[in-house]
Write a protein that binds this ligand. Sequence first.
Ligand code: ATP
Ligand code: MG
Length: 389
Amino acid sequence: MDRCLLLRFGEIYLKGKNRNFFEKLLENNIKNAISAYNCEFSRIPGRYVVSGYNLASEPALIALLTKQAGLFSLSPAVCFDTDLDNLKDMATKLMEDEEGTFKVETNRADKTFSLNSMQISAMLGGEILKANKSLKVDVVHPEHILNVDVRENKKTYMFLKTYPCVGGMPVGSAGRGLLLLSGGIDSPVAGYMMAKRGAKIYALHFHSFPYTSELARRKVEELAEKIAAYNAGELEVFMCPMTHYQEEINKNCKSDYNITLLRRAMFTIAERLCKDKGFKMIITGESLGQVASQTIESMSVVGEVVKDTQIMRPLVGFDKQDTIELSRKIDCYDISIRPYEDCCTVFVPKNPIIKPRLENVKREEAKLDFNVLVDEAYSKIESVVIKAR
Ligand code: ATP
Ligand code: MG
């Protein structure tokens, strides 16, 4: 008997001819994610198996693997050669300390085995009842379900617990994207959602040091550590200073336009970075109507600077509460709500313009040396690779 983790694919199943490409990618992502642990990885028809690890590291492996986009679920299982005696022994052993109600559920992928799945479940149910008088069968609402997976490789996997994974598609299967990462609640969730759909994420953070603090930067790095776990183990973060640009807007332009002008520069820089690095999309945490900068008019006037890169706004139809739930799920919420300032909250106007018109925005922008300031900010970008924690 071996202890192992039995992994199931998600949507890859829907893929036709190029399924192999997706499986290979997922396989590599998994191997990278668990490379720090001494364990074996194998592929059997319809499943992956991780085995040979020290039992003490099982919870850590589960935590890492449940975050792998492309996996649907996983179960810590015992694995043994498929044979009637082994099935009976293992079933009674796994259930020996349980009490209450149970049922046995069998999946027989190996159609050559002498009993079908119903017969296996019935037989094992009977054996368990004989061996453990504290258990009763309840097929409708059982407290315990003993799962029996009889695979084509002549091995059977038996388990009581299944953990859902993130689902989606393997990271890297849908191109590379640049996440505009603030320290807020929304953008980390947006990054998670796109990583889950197979985009390999890179992040761009704008700061206004020294108006924004070292602590604000640290907060972004901690968020990046969390996102990295869903992004094949790492996240490269580009840090771009907007201090000088913001000072210039503040000095020269009508204050109502501060945020609009700042965001136009942010998106200009983002597209330039995408072109330089070969990223195919800009990802933001915007949601329609959430704040003045997220009305359709604001998004249009800001998005207008981006000429040939897709802008992805995965949260566009989300209510804040929907986003908060996901933020908690990915363990970012407590970090996101720390009260440090963001560059968008430095020099906030009293009355930000809610429905900006392009010609008015361009008139304000013309008061700045836009290209020179953008070049200056771009040339000062620093990057740091953050590993999952
Ligand atoms: P978040 O919670 O993600 O900060 P928000 O609700 O505060 O979003 P805004 O401040 O209007 O909304 O920002 C909208 C989007 O613009 C963010 O989701 C993020 O993608 C991007 N953004 C905002 N501030 C920054 C920043 N300092 N650096 C990088 N991107 C930013
Ligand atoms: Mg914000």
